[in-house]
Design a binder for this molecule. Structure first.
Ligand SMILES: CC(=O)N[C@H]1[C@@H](OP(=O)(O)OP(=O)(O)OC[C@H]2O[C@@H](n3ccc(=O)[nH]c3=O)[C@H](O)[C@@H]2O)O[C@H](CO)[C@@H](O)[C@@H]1O
Length: 363
């Protein structure tokens, strides 16, 4: 069994791809799995860390402003499709999976034009550009939200939920506290700004450090690469009190296991992981994403009383009042935890791989 998985750009595309690969490998230990990503993007380091080989294409998105770089765009796409074609002819996959992001377009184009079956996994409640453009060429589109018929041909859709890495929900609290050097007697707050970090969350968190220290709260503050130099300095005086800034968390399983309460952006995978781990959560959707889809992700939970929602514009004023109130209210934490667990889709990865195998007659 030979599989190519393509796409990336952010963690929200990369980690579902890893979850699918892990499930294929669990079922077919001899499966050969090759990733194709975009040079310079996060997948080029995260995929090898997850134990898989990746080849990079020179491809980037169109710039939104008028720039000479855009003139080269069609040439770059054509080159990338040609390189993807060569990769496919050499590797000869039985099927191709696209998880969205720049690199998935040339790979899906090259694969489908050679008659190789293809599946798209769409993480969000709106369709990404690449997925929308290529939907008619692929056999199956696995989605995480209802109502995706408005973007995709309904006869090819399967509602599966998002694939989450299996280890995410299996972290043990004692190991987690030891791993991060935290004290079991005091509450732990986890702040995650999505795979790239979030300016609003970082600013609000930096301002709240003295309040958190005073309340005896310990903090795992994932800042993102861009913001870490500043955030690291801001957090340093609070290290002895158990408040720590982290650029990127490799052991998200342990970060979730350590946390009593989570403050997070509402990226699709973060939301799916919070559902699976049952964490009492406060979601602060990014306002800078297409179609405001993070707000839709967050509303799907907050309207069920499965998470609290704080708007980005209000975060500076209210986020840490809400967070400290929740940290001090175990009954409310329990209620949110019970409700969010109801929304988990633990079978998502298995269902996606079932769908994929239907495309490969002799698998
Ligand atoms: C700004 C932006 O474009 N965000 C999009 C991006 O989000 P983003 O890349 O932030 O993705 P998500 O919130 O969906 O998922 C983040 C993933 O990264 C992992 N993680 C995160 C931080 C860390 O330190 N370590 C770590 O491993 C999480 O466990 C999770 O698996 O893709 C999502 C899925 O298409 C979209 O819904 C988001 O709107």
């Amino acid at each position: 069994m030979k599989l190519i998985i393509s796409g990336g750009g952010t963690g929200g595309h990369i980690f579902p791809a890893v979850a699918i690969a892990n499930e294929v490998r669990r079922r077919f230990p001899d499966a050969e799995i090759l990733f194709v990503g975009a040079n310079g993007r996060m997948e080029m380091t995260r995929i090898p860390e997850a134990g898989y080989e990746i080849i990079g294409l020179d491809i980037a998105g169109l710039q939104r402003s008028l720039t000479p770089k855009n003139l080269l765009f069609p040439i770059k796409v054509m080159r990338a499709v040609r390189k993807a074609g060569k990769i496919i002819e050499k590797f000869r996959p039985d099927a191709v999976v696209g998880v969205g992001g720049y690199a998935s377009a040339p790979v899906l184009l090259a694969a489908t034009s050679r008659g190789i079956p293809a599946l798209i996994q769409e993480q969000n409640s709106y369709a990404g550009l690449v997925n929308k453009l290529l939907a008619k060429r692929v056999q199956r589109i696995c989605v995480a939200y209802e109502g995706m018929e408005k973007f995709f041909p309904s006869n090819r859709l399967t509602l599966t939920g998002n694939p989450v890495r299996t280890e995410i929900a299996s972290g043990q609290r004692a190991e987690a506290l030891a791993f991060f050097g935290l004290d079991a007697a005091r509450p732990v707050l986890l702040v995650i700004g999505g795979s790239l970090g979030a300016r609003t969350l970082n600013q609000a968190t930096a301002t709240a450090l003295p309040r958190l220290q005073e309340a005896g709260v310990q903090l795992l503050w994932q800042t993102g690469k861009l913001y870490f130099p500043e955030a690291g300095k801001q957090a340093a005086p609070f290290a002895a009190a158990g408040l720590q800034a982290l650029e990127f968390i490799r052991r998200m399983d342990l970060a979730y296991a350590a946390a009593d309460v989570v403050v997070s952006r509402a990226g699709a995978l973060s939301v799916s992981e919070l559902c699976l781990t049952g964490k009492p959560s406060i979601l602060v959707p990014s306002p800078n994403v297409a179609e405001d889809h993070q707000t839709k992700n967050a509303l799907a939970l907050s309207t069920q009383d499965a998470a609290l929602l704080v708007r980005d514009a209000e975060a500076a004023a209210t986020l840490y009042d809400e967070t400290l109130a929740l940290l001090q209210n175990p009954a409310r934490q329990q209620q949110l935890s019970t409700n969010i667990l109801q929304l988990a889709r633990p079978q998502a990865t298995a269902t996606i791989v079932d769908e994929l195998l239907k495309l490969i007659p002799n698998a």
